[in-house]
Design a protein around this ligand. Sequence first.
Ligand code: NAD
Length: 503
Amino acid sequence: MSLPYAPRFAFYDGKSQSGSSTSSFQTIDPATAKPVADIHTTTHSAIDAAIASGQKAFPAWSATPPIERARILQRAAALLRARNDELARIETSDTGKPFTETSTVDVVTGADVLEYFANLVGGGGLNGETTQLRPDAWVYTTKNALGVCAGIGAWNYPIQIALWKSAPCLAAGNCMVYKPSEFTPLHASVLAEVYAQAGVPPGVFNVIQGGGDVGAYLTKHPNIAKVSFTGQVTTGQKVAGSAAGGMKYVTMELGGKSACIVLPDADIEQAVDGAMMANFFSTGQVCTNGTRVFIPEAMKPAFEKRLLEKIQYIRPGDVSDPNTNFGPLVSKPHYDKVIQYIKHGITTDKAKLLHGGPETPSWLASHPNKAYQNGYWVQPTVFTNCTDTMKIVQEEIFGPVMAILPYKTVDEVVQRANNTNLGLAAGVFTNDLNSAHKVIAQLEAGITWVNTWGESPAEMSVGGWKQSGVGVENGRKGLEAWVRNKSTLVEMGGAVPTVFAKL
Ligand code: NAD
C-alpha cells in the first residue's frame, strides 16, 4: 500500500541515508488511525556514523564567524516560513492537531526561535566579559561551543521542539544529532533538508530515527557533549542519569501539573478563557497546562456556569477544516492512558464529573469520514470538587482533563499550588496588580503567567523547577545552555607573582 508520505531514514553527511536501517515501523494519523509513512530505525553503526559526521563538521562550523552562521540560519527561518502550510500539514498528519493550530503556532514559533538565536549571535550574543582586576591585570571570558550535541524530542510539538533545540545549538557553533519521537518523526528529515538548502554544511544537523533504545544509545555515546531532552519525568531521570556518567551538559524539559489560580477579584470571563486555554488547547497535550484550576469557593458556581457555556465553543472535527479547533490524542497508547485517568477520576477518586467522560464522543457517529471512528478522539472533560490527594490532581494526564479545586484563602491556595514535586508552570488571574506579583513570587514554578496562559515567545526563557527539569530554553539564557565558559587572567606587570622568588 502506498502511504501519503515518503519513508524516513537517518540523515547525516548532508543527505538521507537509505542504508542506515534494517527494520522499520509506521507512523499513524491519529485522526483516522491510518498509517502515513514508514520510518526506518537507525542502526547503532549508523548512529555512530551520524555522530562522526557531526565531529567532522564541528571544527569548521564552530570557527565560522557568528555573523556568517547567523546569515545561514536566517535563510533557514525564511525557508521554513515559505513552507509553513506544507510543514503544518505534515504536523497535522503526525500529531492530529488541527491545521488551524499547526499553521499558526507550531512552525511559526519554531521559525521565530531560529530567527531569534541567529540575530542574537549575529549581534554579539556570544561575546564574553572583561574585568579589570588592577591597572596591569585583567580577566576576559569567552563562550566556546561544546561539540556534537544530542537533541531528543517529545511528540506534542515536534518541529517546534526540533527548532527550540537546534536553533541555539547551531547558532552557538555546535553540531547536533537529533532524534524525534517515534510517534511524530515526519518533520525531522524535512527540517534537515531546509537547513541544507539554507547553507548549513553537511554534518552540522543530523537526524536519527527510532524509539527509546535509539535515544538511550545516543545519550550515552562518549562523543556526545550535551543532551537536550524533552519528555516525561521518568524518561528524563534515565537520560540525565546516563549523561551524568560522562559529565555531559544536560537540559531537561519535563512534565508538569501546573496550578492555574483564579484570585477572588478576577474577571470571570478572563479566568474561564485562561483555564480553557490551559486545559484544552492541543487537546490538553501541552507540558505547561494549568490542569489544577483553583477557584475561590464563592466564585465557583459562576465560573462553572460560564465554563459550561464556553465549552460549546470547542469544535472537534475534520482536522483540515478552518473551523476545527480540537483534534484527537496523539496515539493509541496515549488515548488508553487518558481514558484510564478519566475512569479513575470517576470510580476511584470520586470527583464530580461536570462535563465529558470516557465515552466515545457522540459527534463521531455522524461524521462523514467513517475512518474518524477509528481515531483517538476523546471528550473535553471537567471534574469539579476535586481534592489535592486525588490521582487525577497529582499526576500529569497530558489530555483535555480539567480538575477544579475550590479554596478559601490566598495563603491556602499558594501552599496547595506548591504542594507537588513538579514545578513547570503556574499562573494567576486577578485585577489586583499587587496580589498578582505577591502570589507569583511565592509560586514554585519556572514559567509563570498573569492574566493569560500558554504564550511562550522566543524572547522568554522557559524551563521547569523541581522534577520538571534542569535549565532553560529560549531567551538570552537559552544560549548559555549551549556554550562552555573559558576565563583567562592576563598579567601585564612584568613579574609573575610568586612565593618562590627567594630563599
Ligand atoms: P517520553 O519521555 O516518552 O519520550 C520523549 C523522547 O524520549 C522520545 O523521543 C523517546 O523516544 C525518547 N526516549 C524514551 N526512552 C529513552 C531513553 N531511555 N533514553 C533516551 N531517550 C529515550 O515523552 P513523550 O510521551 O514523548 O512526551 C510527553 C512528555 O513530554 C510529557 O510529560 C510533557 O509534559 C513533556 N514535555 C515537556 C516539555 C517542556 O518544555 N518542559 C515540552 C513538551 C513536552
